[in-house]
Design a binder for this molecule. Structure first.
Ligand SMILES: C[S@@+](CC[C@H](N)C(=O)[O-])C[C@H]1O[C@@H](n2cnc3c(N)ncnc32)[C@H](O)[C@@H]1O
Length: 246
């Protein structure tokens, strides 16, 4: 699988400190996670470790972060070396990876949009199911299947998304991070049907699609009006599900 992040791990880490991450996405993931105190957690597509660190700060007992990109894992390990939280990071492809444990909870923030085809998407969900306990939960963030690409009202949030291809179950999208250092990534905006079917085949139930909500701090910092465009056309959404007990 192609590693798009080989040369942009530091830029990505920097871009991860933006307002949408801080005031919209992270609080929404935290709220979906609920109480993880004492839990063992696996963070799929951990990247530079943003959510691995959140899980640890929320009290998870042990956290394993896995990512395809050696460069992203290297940046995550540097942060861990500078401020140790006890997180273990591994390079692995979520679509083919081994079973590393039987975890209480899994996160996968922007993993599934890297599945190149439906078979790979199915394998990613099967990998999550194989690495978590029965009844354990997956909390993912995925590109919103209903997002309307090409609108410039996303620019105040620091990005622009454009459609660059399509198939029966997906759109192919380029996301450009605008600002001092502009860079782009490409990913797949899967349909709801593709997710629902992959989740079912991998043995997940209680599927929930939860829109992001702005934190109180975000409203105090920028006011309600600032958030209107992204709440009206949300770029991403929380997708959570429970592995069925067999
Ligand atoms: C947009 S970044 C998200 C990183 C992190 N979850 C976050 O929220 O900051 C997407 C990450 O997915 C990783 N990735 C893509 N395909 C993957 C795969 N097949 N297995 C594991 N990680 C993958 C990339 O290397 C990259 O670090």
């Amino acid at each position: 699988m192609k590693d798009q992040y080989q040369t942009i791990s530091e830029q990505y880490s920097h871009a991860r400190k933006d307002d949408v991450t801080n005031f919209l996405e992270t609080p929404s993931v935290q709220s979906a996670l609920g109480d993880v105190a004492g839990a063992s957690a696996v963070d799929y597509a951990c990247g530079t470790g943003h959510y691995s660190r959140l899980l640890k700060r929320l009290g998870a007992r042990n956290v394993l972060g896995v990512d395809l990109s050696p460069a992203m894992i290297e940046t995550a390990r540097q942060e861990e070396n500078e401020k140790s939280l006890g997180i273990v990071y591994k390079v692995a492809d979520a679509a083919t990876m081994a079973v590393f444990g039987s975890f209480d909870v899994a996160t996968a923030v922007f993993l599934f949009n890297y599945a190149e085809d439906e078979q790979t998407l199915n394998r990613m969900f099967q990998s999550v199911a194989a690495n978590i306990k029965p009844d354990a939960r997956l909390v993912a963030v995925v590109p919103n299947p209903d997002f309307i690409n090409g609108r410039r009202d996303t620019l105040p949030y620091g990005f622009f998304l454009e459609e660059i291809g399509k198939g029966p179950m997906h759109l192919r999208v380029r996301m450009t991070f605008v600002g001092a250092e502009e860079f782009s990534i490409e990913f797949t905006q899967w349909s709801r049907f593709a997710y629902d079917s992959a989740l079912e085949q991998a043995g997940f139930a209680d599927v929930q699609w939860t829109p992001f909500a702005v934190s109180q701090q975000g409203i105090e910092r920028y006011g309600e009006e600032f958030w209107k465009a992204i709440l009206d056309n949300p770029k991403s959404i929380v997708l959570s599900a429970r592995r069925k007990a067999v």
